[in-house]
Ligand binder design. Structure first.
Ligand SMILES: Cc1ncc(C[n+]2csc(CCOP(=O)(O)OP(=O)(O)O)c2C)c(N)n1
Ligand SMILES: [Mg+2]
Length: 823
């Protein structure tokens, strides 16, 4: 039954108005004296200590960048350092009350947030837990470096560990929090609830939403805070993230156990600048950033501006907002005002701001004003404050000495075979169930599923007993095979959740999901806004937290909308974490045809260029099911290409057809579809069937015996079978629907030439789509490779076919002309 959110014309056409409530701005007005009871002296002093540590840490980096050293030790740090000097109160105030299971995500300017959250976690964890974390994290590598100098409480050791781990990461050392593979803008440390920071402005704007979805869907404790800059309010992915964060369905359609708004604070760290551009008065129109919350949902996202120059105001706001989230009334939008004294980066000449402005903010330096208020309230003396400041500097100095010393803190050797990055670009694990402690939530037994029952009546093979083709409508096709694998995994892995446009009642854009709605509660299968970026970005956040996401992009062409999320997020976090994280996300993309230029592009080749993702493109139901199984039981991000041309295609190659039972097709191994001896043909995706026709013509009309392979997988790819075949046939033709220029086939051809140069009688020849737009259905045959194009290519470049006349020019001169014209 469809969900039925009734649109009543009488209701929606009624005359009325939309009312907005006032948005609070800097409402906090309590003094340290008044807060003494609430926090106690110790807490109030710790707030100052934490700010002082951040100030010392960032000031040290500033000196390193500007003067090439610190405390007499020279060091050239060529990498980035986006410092947060001046922003300490906003970071410490936020982290102060957070528990370890409250997770923060950040930006390029998050050193302060890392330290603040780490210091807060150290305060909350007991000694045994701290020692376990430090000993267990990357086998205690950083602990071994800081421990020899430690002679005091475990919490002090943990503070040394935190400062050193963060700094060693910034300096690209193997004992850093992410083995030096993340660096300044991506450093993080999950055991303290510090999740990835992001060098893409607004990058955490949708990833943090996915993290909060993970907590809501899997009923995990804690909240998520996405820390993003004020200028990121202009980023599309941030808006998409907000849209996904505020969907009505969480509160209105999800079942009782999962109902409620996301436990998310989207916190704009509002320092009033991008790099030099100013959102207020120049690049945006909101004047007060918190205004953005107003139109997003009736709660106005509980939006509020808080004075991030007063740590107590921020603590107060986070405490109040956390209550809202715990009630299920999230998400929340916070506008935490602050200001950076440092430049955007240390080299910045501050040409975009007046000195008088900087001076005015320095007059209200949060460190000094807060320390002053502690002294004034009698919490401590100025001498105690000075001692804490000196201690902070000493702690930072200690970490600096160790992190800069190459003997103590070496870098990973990335030039040796089997180096760190070779090991962590892909995780290659098999973890069929990501949470064995829970039963997957489903609505009906699998056998009662109407589609399962319908498919039981279909032939699992596309051929009858005598080998003749059966009508497609009577067979299990690719669409059904993918469904079977997915359905099965939903009954096996409780963390598996799927989302995308029209995923639920509609049945997925091309009916792959028909039957899933009946099987799954809302929180495991749901529709999203038309937000391709956030569809993938939330998948990334969901996986970073420990879940498995299956997300769908309706048409391959729409991948452009999710460019950053695929290229920079999905593909990079496993390696940027130094191998700590897994990214079990399957992105289903459908390659179109018939719909013209913006709906028919095969971008498998473009994706093959991105290190860090696996790419498969099944062309048969057997492979579609087996590859989907592999994808949904692995730990790597997979772009799963499907072709709309062949969703109905039954199994014609594997005897017996598509098994009803679960099975896996491993990634990387091409499938031989037909043996032959004169010519090897390698296809990707749906070109398999056009190649079959060409192979038949070559054999029947020209007596050329062809050996046909279906790549199935583009990344990874094993060349052995192909090279063996080429040794026999001495010739190879490659074809796919991706545009020919720069395609994966060009790489394949170059490698085959390199691996088997002496075995070849002709160059490997590629037939891809033209380097054009995809024209209208009526004329798209001129664009996509056709059987006649394959014959033309064989005749022109591999071996002349006696009596054959090409259907279309493709000689060297013509290819050179096309290249010269850029087409
Ligand atoms: C998508 C993207 N565009 C541009 C940049 C270059 N860039 C880095 S930081 C920055 C300004 C960001 O301002 P804001 O989000 O307010 O954060 P802040 O630097 O003030 O902390 C820009 C434009 C980037 N890293 N990512
Ligand atoms: Mg800013």
């Amino acid at each position: 039954m469809p969900k039925s959110v009734m649109i009543d014309p009488r209701e929606v056409r009624r005359r009325s108005q939309v009312d907005f409530r006032p948005i609070p701005v800097n409402q906090y007005d309590r003094t340290v004296k008044q807060e003494l009871k609430r926090f106690g002296k110790e807490d109030l002093l710790r707030i100052h200590r934490d700010m002082a540590i951040i100030r010392s840490f960032e000031s040290m980096l500033n000196e390193v960048k500007l003067r090439g050293g610190y405390q007499g030790i020279e060091y050239a740090h060529r990498g980035p350092a986006h410092l947060s000097i001046g922003q300490e109160a906003a970071a410490v105030g936020q982290a102060f009350l957070l528990n370890v299971d409250d997770h923060i995500y950040g930006s390029h300017r998050s050193h302060g947030e890392i330290l603040a959250k780490g210091l807060s976690a150290i305060q909350k964890l007991d000694d045994a837990a701290l020692m376990d974390i430090m000993k267990g994290y990357f086998d205690g590598a950083a602990l071994r470096i800081v421990e020899p100098d430690a002679a005091g409480p475990v919490k002090d050791l943990a503070i040394d560990y935190l400062i050193y781990g963060a700094l060693a990461e910034i300096f690209g050392r193997e004992a850093g929090f992410n083995k030096g593979m993340g660096g300044s803008m991506h450093a993080f440390f999950p055991p303290f609830g510090i999740y990835p920071n992001n060098a893409i402005v607004g990058g955490s704007g949708d990833i943090s939403v996915g993290a909060a979805m993970y907590k809501r869907i899997n009923r995990k404790p804690g909240i998520v805070i996405g820390n993003i800059g004020d200028a990121s309010a202009g980023c599309g992915p941030v808006w998409e993230g907000i849209c996904m964060a505020t969907m009505d369905q969480y509160k209105e359609l999800w079942d009782d156990d999962h109902r409620g708004g996301l436990p998310l604070i989207l916190n704009f760290v509002n320092n009033f600048y991008g790099m030099g551009g100013q959102p207020v008065g120049e690049t945006m129109g909101f004047k007060v950033l918190a205004r953005l919350g107003a139109g997003l949902n009736p709660d106005q996202m509980h939006a509020e501006r808080v004075d991030g120059y007063n740590p107590l105001a921020v603590i107060d706001a986070v405490a109040r907002k956390k209550e809202i989230l715990q009630r299920g009334d999230g998400p929340v939008l916070l506008d935490t005002l602050t200001y950076r004294f440092s430049g955007h980066s240390p080299s910045d000449a501050s040409s975009y701001r007046e000195k008088s402005e900087l001076d005015a903010w320095k007059q209200v330096d949060p460190l000094e004003t807060y320390a002053g208020s502690l002294v004034e309230a009698g919490v401590c003396t100025q001498q105690q404050i000075d001692e804490v400041n000196a201690l902070a500097e000493a702690l930072v100095g200690k970490a600096y000495r160790k992190a800069t010393d190459l003997e103590i803190s070496p870098r990973a050797d990335l030039k040796k075979t089997g180096c760190l990055l070779e090991r962590v670009m892909l995780s290659n694990r098999k973890v069929p169930c990501l949470d064995a402690t829970r039963r997957p939530e489903v609505l009906i037994p699998k056998e009662e599923n109407p589609r399962v029952q319908m498919l039981a009546k279909r032939s699992r093979s596309g051929l009858d007993e005598s080998g003749k083709p059966l009508p497609k409508s009577r067979c299990v096709g690719i669409r059904d095979a993918i469904f079977e694998a997915i359905l099965d995994r939903f009954y096996a892995d409780p963390t598996l959740a799927a989302w995308g446009e029209e995923n639920r009642d509609w049945g997925g854009a091309f009916a792959v999901y028909r039957g899933l709605t009946e099987a799954l509660p809302y929180h495991r299968l749901f529709n999203t806004p038309i937000s391709e970026g956030a569809i993938v970005g939330t998948g990334v956040g969901y996986a970073l937290e420990g879940g498995r996401a299956l997300v769908e992009l309706m048409y391959c062409d729409f991948m452009g909308r999710a460019g950053d999320q695929i290229f920079n997020q999905l593909a990079k976090w496993q390696s940027m974490s130094g191998g700590l994280l897994r990214m079990p996300v399957v992105v289903r993309v459908s390659v179109g045809s018939k719909y013209g230029a913006q709906h028919s592009q095969d971008w498998s080749s473009m994706c093959a260029h991105i290190p860090g993702v696996k790419i498969v493109f099944p062309a048969t139901p057997y492979d579609a099911k087996g590859l989907m199984y592999s994808a949904l039981t692995g730990t790597d991000p997979v772009i799963f290409f499907e072709s709309q041309r062949i969703y109905d295609q039954p199994e014609i190659f594997v005897p017996g057809g598509v098994p009803a039972e679960p099975y896996e097709v491993p990634f990387g191994e091409p499938a031989m579809r037909k043996e032959g001896k004169d010519l090897t043909v390698l296809t990707i995706g749906a070109t398999l069937y056009r190649a079959l026709e060409a192979v038949k013509a070559l054999e029947d009309q020209h007596g050329i015996s062809c050996e046909l392979f279906d790549a199935r997988s583009i990344v990874p790819f094993h060349f052995e079978q192909i090279i063996e075949s080429v040794k026999k046939t001495r010739k190879i033709l490659l074809t796919s629907d991706a545009c020919e220029r720069g395609s994966a086939l060009q790489t394949f051809a170059a490698k085959i030439t390199q691996f088997a140069f002496d075995e070849l009688d002709a160059p490997p020849v590629i037939v891809g789509a033209r380097n054009w737009i995809t024209p209208a259905d009526e004329v798209e045959d001129a664009f996509f490779p056709q059987p006649s194009d394959l014959l033309d290519a064989v005749h022109e470049h591999i071996l002349p076919l006696p009596g054959y006349t090409v259907a279309r020019r493709c000689d060297v001169e013509d290819l050179m002309r096309r290249s010269a014209e850029g087409i």
